[in-house]
Design a protein around this ligand. Structure first.
Ligand SMILES: O=C(O)CCC(=O)C(=O)O
Length: 303
């Protein structure tokens, strides 16, 4: 018998124990705890990854070339295939091995970099503006739907930095920065120790909500498409305002988040209206304290 889940999750509650991890080995779970990331993990076959990429690209084509900005966030609330993607068994098995059996999907977002473009992601810690309690066990599953390589601008992390406090960030609102505020870490980042998270389509990485991470421009001929799904255990609090999440496994015994419905079909009107409400509230949380007038060009970008 051994504990799989972190202290923060078990304090004040009955400790959860298990003998058998669902997908990861003991060594992988230890590595995640130590380094703040794990990569690569096989979660989809190449054919399944191609299937989801085709679904995304059909949605983009139907919308005139690119996914409308708002639907890049929480597309699982409006597209049935994205709802399916946040519930893929192997993704959830790996997530369960690091955060426990009760799992909420708090956010999903496409990070798509077109070939030979200047978009990049500055060094940041995810937790900075999310309003979630800082010590929480929040993990991102970043699923590659196209090759994510050094050349295409794969994600980079600095191992071990998830153990640091949340460091100061500066909002740059830089036009080619894919983050909502162009936020970047305002202390020195030890880039010499950064690790490239290279993934084939159908593989994913896991990263902790406090790890230093970012990525360079896409210098390859193909698009770099990553679907980032943010998962948390239901005991985590949103500290800023009313918020919503989708229960994807287990149960929610806490009720801190409004539980989101799945869309009946793609772009069902009630789902579109619900998505808008949830997104407006989320934007108010994420953009609180942002400089006046600075939100417009970035609100459609990554949160
Ligand atoms: O897609 C990337 O390169 C970075 C993604 C990211 O910042 C995130 O998932 O938190």
């Amino acid at each position: 018998m051994r504990y799989l889940y972190s202290i923060s999750q078990t304090v004040g509650r009955s400790p959860r124990e298990t003998t058998v991890p669902k997908l990861l080995s003991d060594a992988q779970i230890r590595a995640y705890r130590r380094d703040g990331y794990l990569c690569p993990i096989d979660v989809l076959s190449p054919a399944e990854a191609a299937h989801y990429r085709a679904k995304l690209e059909a949605a983009e084509a139907a919308a005139g070339g690119s996914l409308p900005g708002p639907y890049r966030h929480k597309p699982h609330l409006v597209y049935t295939w994205a709802q399916e993607l946040i519930r893929r068994p192997k993704v959830l098995d790996a997530v369960e091995d690091v955060i426990g059996p009760d799992i909420l999907a708090w956010e999903s977002v496409f990070f798509t970099k077109e070939p030979h473009t200047e978009d990049y992601i500055s060094w940041h810690q995810d937790i900075t503006y999310w309003g979630l309690e800082a010590e929480g066990d929040v993990v991102t599953a970043w699923v590659a739907l196209s090759p994510s390589t050094v050349q295409s601008g794969c994600m980079r992390v600095v191992p071990g930095t998830h153990l640091r406090e949340v460091v100061p960030h500066a909002d740059t609102f830089s036009a080619r920065n894919m983050l909502s505020r162009g936020q970047e870490i305002a202390v020195e980042v030890d880039e010499a120790h950064a690790v490239d998270l290279v993934l084939r389509p159908g593989q994913m990485s896991l990263h902790h909500v406090k790890i230093f991470h970012g990525s360079h421009q896409n210098r390859a001929d193909d698009r770099r498409i990553g679907f980032a799904i943010r998962y948390l255990p239901p005991h985590i609090h949103q500290e800023v305002g009313a918020d919503a999440a989708t229960l994807v496994r287990g149960e929610d015994r806490f009720g801190h988040f409004e539980l989101e419905p799945a869309p009946a079909y793609d772009l069902a009107p009630d789902a579109v209206a619900y998505h808008q409400r949830v997104r407006d509230r989320r934007l108010a949380i994420l953009m609180r304290d942002a400089a006046q007038g600075s939100q417009a060009p970035h609100a459609a970008r990554a949160m």
